[in-house]
Design a protein around this ligand. Structure first.
Ligand code: AMP
Ligand code: ZN
Length: 132
């Protein structure tokens, strides 16, 4: 049983922002900032790695369209678009989704920080490893 499938099927109520044949967008119940929205496919895929190309492409298109609408209409100067893939990356609902988190200031609820470590990585080797 998946809570986002239940939302897509209307078994659990949501604050719906957008819907089409393939996907649904609704407010995250735990609003990180005002307008924090989730975009999901109606069909169940555990994460983005499991999702087919066509669905990912559609989700990306809708996510961008909504990010524009949300930032314009809620007067947010920017937004973060996030996807967590698997538990290690913070995914808690195992149904692929994109977060759209409008940003209003540096102290607005989201702490997103890159902390590069200073390992002497062999960059050429990393490229080789990635490409198999
Ligand atoms: P993630 O940690 O990337 O898997 O994000 C899952 C998100 O789903 C969290 O931010 C939750 O607040 C949100 N969430 C869980 N249940 C619901 C629900 N019933 N309606 C709306 N948002 C939900
Ligand atoms: Zn699901």
């Amino acid at each position: 049983m998946c809570i986002f499938c239940d939302i897509a099927e209307g078994k659990i109520p949501s604050y719906k922002v957008y819907e089409d044949d393939v996907c649904l967008a609704f407010l995250d119940l735990a609003q990180v900032t005002r307008g924090h929205t989730l975009v999901i496919p109606k069909k169940h895929f555990a994460n983005i790695l499991e999702c087919d190309d066509e669905t990912v492409a559609h989700l990306a298109k809708v996510t961008r369209m909504l990010a524009k609408k949300i930032t314009d209409n809620l007067q947010a100067p920017g937004c973060n678009i996030l996807n967590n893939t698997n538990e290690i990356a913070g995914q808690s609902v195992m149904h692929v989704h994109f977060h759209i988190i409008p940003r209003y200031g540096s102290d607005d609820g989201l702490i997103a920080e890159f902390r590069p470590n200073h390992e002497p990585y062999d960059m050429e080797q990393i490229v080789k490893d990635i490409n198999g």
